[in-house]
Write a protein that binds this ligand. Structure first.
Ligand SMILES: [Zn+2]
Length: 376
């Protein structure tokens, strides 16, 4: 534990993300964290002393949330690259889009180690960006939604174990942060807020679901634009956070709600994510920013790099330096959008804003969320 607040934001990454893939046909075939890290390096945004390598979390640390029998199964799956039919059916490893791949235990255990390190480093205050974290669907005893472990929950538990009693978890991934909400159901110490696309997997997180008072959910309609997102922030989410005056905020900044993402139908630009970071930085003495979903390597890498610059208060340049552009041009992406990528995916970090009308559905979500408690 550190005795003093961090003097400057820290970035936690890992070499493991560079060549790890869930398999060629999986949405997580693409590099993400390494794209972000390389962009930040090329921009001169990772000066001496700002980068930390995420440690591999030990089984005892992971067992703070996860079932030891499940951790055993994950380690065995990595060692043998196989799983029994009974274990597959029970633990959903090698099933439901949660493939057995080369680093199927180490990669999630390193992500968890990184987020737990972030919570330790911010014990007395500070900001940490940990783009490899954000596996918000992971369950105590099974894999779900490409997530084998739940690193946000493990990080939040690390904060709670330090004695914090008032934490906000804000999740702007296109999918509901179900694993985190359920882990802290009825727990007044962790208030979870999730903005996600309505009617999308895992099909939970309705506006009426307040997890016994410990959550608010904003299921937004397809096509949600920057103006609608800003409306939700201004009229509901920021007031909810301000009213709680939290000791710490964890932001899951999944990038799959961006317009070019293949797995959702939201129409945000990365200005939405940048604005969230700018707003929440001021609202608590401790902030951890995580990654999450995001399946287009250009939009994910550019978004998460822009968040790191924002956390440091650095201006985002209009044009990327040649080394950064070369790295983006070298990416391969085996989907339709990868065949003819627009120039701004190579030359800029910041998207053009995607503004539009604010639909009535958005205003209704605000009204629902601000009611103190809803009838069941
Ligand atoms: Zn997602």
């Amino acid at each position: 534990m550190t005795a003093a607040p961090l003097p400057r934001p820290l970035y936690i990454g890992s070499a493991i993300y560079r060549n790890s893939s869930y398999g060629p046909k999986h949405p997580l075939a693409v590099p993400r964290v390494s794209v972000c890290t390389d962009l930040c390096t090329a921009l001169g945004w990772l000066p001496e002393g700002t980068y930390r390598e995420a440690p591999l979390a030990g089984v005892a640390e992971l067992a703070r949330f996860h079932d030891p029998a499940y951790l055993d199964v994950l380690q065995r799956a990595e060692a043998t690259q196989s799983i029994s039919d009974a274990d597959r059916a029970r633990y959903r490893v090698g099933a439901d889009g949660n493939p057995i791949y080369k680093e199927v235990f180490r990669r999630p255990a390193i992500s968890a180690g990184g987020v737990m390190l972030a919570a330790r480093l911010t014990a007395s205050g500070g900001i940490v960006h940990c783009p490899g974290g954000g596996t918000h669907h992971g369950r105590p005893d099974r894999a779900a939604g490409f997530c084998f472990l739940n690193d946000p929950v493990l990080g939040l538990l690390t904060w709670l174990d330090q004695g914090l009693t008032n934490i906000v978890y804000l999740d702007i991934d296109a999918h509901h942060g179900d694993g985190v909400q359920d882990a802290f159901h009825d727990d007044a110490r962790v208030f979870t807020i999730s903005i996600h696309e309505a009617g999308r997997w895992p099909f939970t997180g309705s506006a009426k679901d307040q997890a016994g008072g410990a959550a608010r959910n904003f299921p937004v309609p397809a096509g949600c634009n920057d103006s609608e997102f800003a409306w939700l922030m201004r009229h509901a989410i920021l007031p909810l956070i301000e009213a709680r005056a939290p000791q710490a905020i964890m932001l899951q900044a999944g990038a799959d709600g961006l317009e070019e993402d293949p797995l959702s139908r939201l129409s945000l630009s990365n200005n939405a994510h940048i604005a969230v970071v700018q707003a929440v930085m001021k609202l608590a003495p401790r902030l951890i920013v995580l990654g999450g979903g995001g399946y287009n390597p250009w939009t994910v890498g550019r978004c998460w790099a822009a968040l790191w610059g924002t956390l440091n208060g650095w201006p985002i340049p209009d044009h990327l330096p040649p080394e950064a552009e070369a790295g983006l041009r070298a990416l391969r992406y085996d989907r339709a959008a990868g065949r003819n990528p627009p120039a701004h995916w190579f030359t800029t970090l910041r998207d053009r804003p995607r503004e539009g009308a604010v639909r009535e559905e958005i205003k209704r979500l605000v009204a629902l969320a601000l009611k103190e408690r809803l009838p069941a």
